[in-house]
Design a binder for this molecule. Sequence first.
Ligand code: PRT
Ligand code: MG
Length: 208
Amino acid sequence: MLTIAVSKGRIYEETLPLLAEAGITPIDDPKKCRKLILQTSRDDVQLVIIRATDVPTFVEYGAADLGIAGKDVLLEHGADSLYEPLDLNIACCRLMTAAHKDAPEQRGRIRVATKYVKIAQSYFASKGIQAEIIKLYGSMELAPLVGLADCIVDLVDTGNTLKANDLEPRELIMNISSRLVVNKAAMKMKHAAIAALLSQFEQTLAKR
Ligand code: PRT
Ligand code: MG
């Protein structure tokens, strides 16, 4: 049995076509049922539906053999303990700093609100900027508007969320896409099955 950890939402939606090309179709729709384990059209493959930030944890501990997670989540988790053999080029976006559109460029020590504490710390350190990082779990955009922080570090896709809150993107930290990750022991123990799946994904991606 191969267990693949996927998060609900955009990653799940963009993963479905990849799975379909590999002959894997979930029996249930996670939007319509509350099942956390989804059987698929293949007897030897099941999906577990979890929070995006939990995917590296499930794969690291071998509770899932494979997982699909954003590079943002993998970097923040510290994913040395996982193999990351494939960039799936899905759920693409940019990790950026953003500030109020009228805010001048900040000098000296700054306050940064983000859920990406580790990434933000190393980014500002690499630029020689002293930053106090304030960890938030959501609605980062609010922080500069209410004086909690000078800027935020968050994912940007269309830019509409920033714009709706009078913020603007400032600096690109990195381009983000989702990656296939594999548990290290599973890569050895279930090598044939995992290698077959990897090559099916690779073929599909090469056609795009
Ligand atoms: O939302 P929830 O708390 O349930 O979990 P999550 O946010 O971790 O999951 P989800 O499904 O929202 O995101 C999973 C992964 O999708 C992320 O880890 C990224 O790798 C990837 N991804 C791609 C995005 C976006 N694009 C994206 N635009 N994740 C989040 N966003 C959010 C962003 O945080 C901001 O709030 O969308 C908003 C910006 O979008 P625009 O289009 O307005 O710029
Ligand atoms: Mg989200």
